[in-house]
Design a protein around this ligand. Structure first.
Ligand SMILES: Cc1cc2nc3c(=O)[nH]c(=O)nc-3n(C[C@H](O)[C@H](O)[C@H](O)COP(=O)(O)OP(=O)(O)OC[C@H]3O[C@@H](n4cnc5c(N)ncnc54)[C@H](O)[C@@H]3O)c2cc1C
Length: 381
């Protein structure tokens, strides 16, 4: 290969790619980030104002070290950018005491020695009275280290800090193909070809279009914001009353969200849209959100978090790039170090993004990652 344009090209500057670019720049690696849109855009998976952070992860027992490291790195990014990107407002996981949310969180906390409090139903009713319909078989796990990340601001901050450290960024440029060649990789774009020693693909929902061998399905996820039905009640739905939460209901579905953070709105969703998620084409136009999207959620809010206007004040579409086991894809397919993939976030990746970025930077440099990543191996299927 002729002399490269960069040591590393990072394809995609959503939160995974932005964090990877930042950690590569911190490590002194010459890197170029490329995105088809501008960082912080609303067409991928990293938009919608906020993302919930917690370290007591139910999704996989080995995610906890990644979450912990990510928490440290969110603080580091906040310091480096001079922005308050993370609000440690605490978070609560609610549900039947023996259900997967509460029991799974307690198990993760015990296994990793995480600081949590377990509340019985009476304490839960007392502390968080906005949550209605709490039966005696319910319990909650309070994690003080949980909180909210400012989503678009975090993506932009990571890119900006990376650029300050020497990274280069090309936006408005779509990568049309990636070719692994002797000595590196060719990254083809509409504007020409970039030559690099290595390429990091962090293309989110577009991952299957660039690397069709990776098992990712793209699911359409509505995001909705609500206001209290009575505007005079707005003060009763702040983050102190409705902290960051995941709540398993008795029908097995999970509500998630948080109280008013900005703009007088609560952000609320129904995990997996109550089982109604459908596939979408990230380049298609299936982005309008309507009553069919929020009806399953609103039905449950009436019971679990009453008092809200049943028509959302705002709604958007987001995407889950979903893998068969709902774990991320992080590593080099076939062990080929010219290519590192960071994607398949399966709807729970934002909190881990800074840690993912650090793992990418380690893999690029041939260093062993500092946290367990084998369960995210791209070759596991
Ligand atoms: C509704 C919703 C709520 C969520 N809540 C949480 C939460 O509370 N906590 C949590 O931890 N996680 C949460 N997640 C998951 C989290 O948001 C994602 O894990 C994360 O945003 C994934 O980021 P990404 O960088 O992989 O993807 P993206 O943000 O989609 O970034 C991919 C980027 O690649 C670019 N790109 C793709 N293809 C090309 C190409 N060919 N050429 C150039 N550029 C390209 C895209 O333009 C895009 O900018 C939620 C997700 C959704 C949808």
């Amino acid at each position: 290969m002729r002399s490269p344009d960069a040591e590393v090209v990072v394809v995609g500057l959503g939160v995974f790619g932005a964090a990877a670019l930042w950690r590569l720049a911190v490590a002194g690696v010459d890197a170029v980030g490329v995105d088809q849109f501008a960082p912080g855009h609303g067409l991928g998976s990293s938009h919608g104002g906020t993302r919930m952070f917690r370290t007591a992860c139910l999704e996989h027992p080995e995610l906890v070290p990644l979450a912990r490291r990510s928490g440290q790195l969110w603080q580091e990014l906040a310091r480096a950018s001079g922005e308050a990107l993370f609000e440690p407002v605490g978070g609560v996981l609610i549900g039947p005491r023996t259900g997967h949310v509460v029991a799974g969180t307690i198990a993760a906390a015990h296994r990793h020695g995480l600081a949590v409090q377990v509340w019985d139903a009476a304490e839960l009713r007392d502390r968080l009275p906005r949550h209605a319909g709490i039966g005696d078989h319910h319990a909650a796990v309070w994690e003080p280290a949980a909180g909210l990340i400012a989503a678009e601001a975090a993506v932009r901050a990571a890119v900006r800090v990376a650029v300050g450290l020497g990274a280069r960024v090309t936006t408005g440029t779509r990568v049309t193909g990636i070719e692994l060649v002797g000595g590196g990789a060719l990254v083809h774009t509409a504007a020409g070809t970039l030559r690099a020693r290595q390429v990091v693909v962090a293309a989110g929902a577009w991952l299957p279009t660039l690397l069709p061998g990776i098992a990712v399905r793209v699911l359409r996820v509505p995001i909705t914001w609500f206001r209290p039905g009575d505007p005079a009640e707005a003060d009763r739905y702040g983050l102190a009353d409705v902290p960051v939460f995941i709540r398993e209901l008795d029908d097995g579905t999970c509500l998630w969200g948080h109280g008013v953070y900005s703009g007088g709105e609560l952000k609320l969703g129904l995990e997996d849209h109550g089982g109604l998620l459908r596939e979408m084409d990230p380049d298609g136009d299936d982005r309008r959100v309507g009553p069919d999207d929020w009806a399953p959620l609103v039905r449950r809010l009436d019971v679990a978090l009453p008092g809200l206007d049943p028509v959302p004040s705002r709604a958007e579409v987001c995407m889950y790039p979903m893998t068969p086991d709902r774990q991320f894809v992080l590593g080099s397919p076939g062990g080929d170090s010219r290519l590192v993939v960071a994607g398949g976030d399966s709807g729970h990746g934002f909190k881990h993004a800074t840690g993912v970025g650090e793992v990418v930077a380690d893999l690029v440099r041939g260093l062993p990652p500092q946290v367990p990543v084998a369960f995210m191996n791209p070759d596991r299927w």
